[in-house]
Write a protein that binds this ligand. Sequence first.
Ligand SMILES: *Cc1c(COP(=O)(O)O)cnc(C)c1O
Length: 463
Amino acid sequence: MRYISTRGQAPALPFEETMLTGLARDGGLYVPDALPRFTAEELQAMVGLPYEEVALRVMLPFVEDSIDAATFRTLIGEAYSGFGHALRCPLAQTGPNDWVLELHHGPTLAFKDVAMQLIGRLFEFVLNRRGERVTIVGATSGDTGSAAIEAFRGNSAADVFILFPHGRVSEVQRRQMTTPADANVHALAVEGDFDDCQALVKAMFNDFAFRDEAGLAAINSINWARVMAQTVYYFTAALALGAPGRPVSFSVPTGNFGDIYAGNVARGMGLPVESLVIATNENDILHRCMQTGEYRRSEVVQTTAPSMDIQVSSNFERAIFDALDHDAYAVAELMQALSSGGFTLGANAMSRLRASYHSARVSQSETAETIARIHAETGQILDPHSAIAVHGAAQVRGNPQTPMIALACAHAAKFPDAVEAACGIRPPLPPRLADLYEREERMTVIANDLAQIQSLIRERRQP
Ligand SMILES: *Cc1c(COP(=O)(O)O)cnc(C)c1O
């Protein structure tokens, strides 16, 4: 399988290079040139298999040019052995034909672990085979950084430097980044805000001499390997609720569009998915675009679901590429227009997008009400992101015979203040993390200064 850029000006690559590169050199995102497709019989044969076995069957066609099946099976096994639930991504019922898919049983209690835990092992395997080392550099407002650190701690082929805004992440998030004691983990508290952290990372990647010298690599949500790893739970959930014999629908709390795009990939591989609901909070650029065709950024509003407090959704470019029938030239033009504020999609592209996705916007008060209602009705405690998915699903519920699965992307204990305000209960950390508040912290507070951060990386990375 070859991977091509959504902007058409970068070389097609095999899986290994696609994963190590992340962003294409023309600024585009890599997608497979064609999706593998499972027959109904092949899907039926996956019903009832363990998560890891479904993962192997679903992902092998994407990686088999680079990684043999036996090695891949081992890496998958290692990636999910640290999850706190035997099913890895279990379903829980919230209504007659309504479900939540719990994606927060990984080590940092957010769905990002599902992809990141696998990517850490894939990087280590291919880099050791090449005799290379990389320096992972990323900026985080919370969840991504802790998932990356947890996935790469102790990695024999990578150092990981995560920049976060000093004093502006939650205590749980900070401790998840500062308590791993491994020598290759470097948590940098930058005296600035999240945008400053992002700008610093961007500047390091644009400094080509530094980028080559330090072997910088990115593992942000546009990396194809992350999308690939996220397709798996769409399969396991749908198969548990009647696929391939009956279709299912999903509602996805959406920020950068990586998670919901994985659902559309699963559909393209033959999984019967009726509806995919883009659930947004008050940062509703995607909902507005689905309504009007106009994709235009506005100001970011802070909400209780910070992982969705995003204006421009980077993976949406992949959906546009699909809606424009893989016209890379047209995608490149739209992305050019986005840098000066926005663009409007034509009628054809919009009708194709609307055939693939529905959308809903969920307010702060609706989010809190949903947390309280689900707790009162079922005893389950949702985090704000998950509550947005549940409420979004209810807003655009189609055929009641079709199971509706809302993705629960974070554990409630990650956002204890918002959850307590909504339902009066302060959710405790699960037992395996209960001592998080006692573990020793280790971080470097550093000025919002590119040169200082670059020299720190030069000093600390292992050559
Ligand atoms: C990252 C994240 C999201 C958004 O996922 P995207 O793939 O960026 O759309 C939603 N909820 C939680 C809890 C997250 O950590």
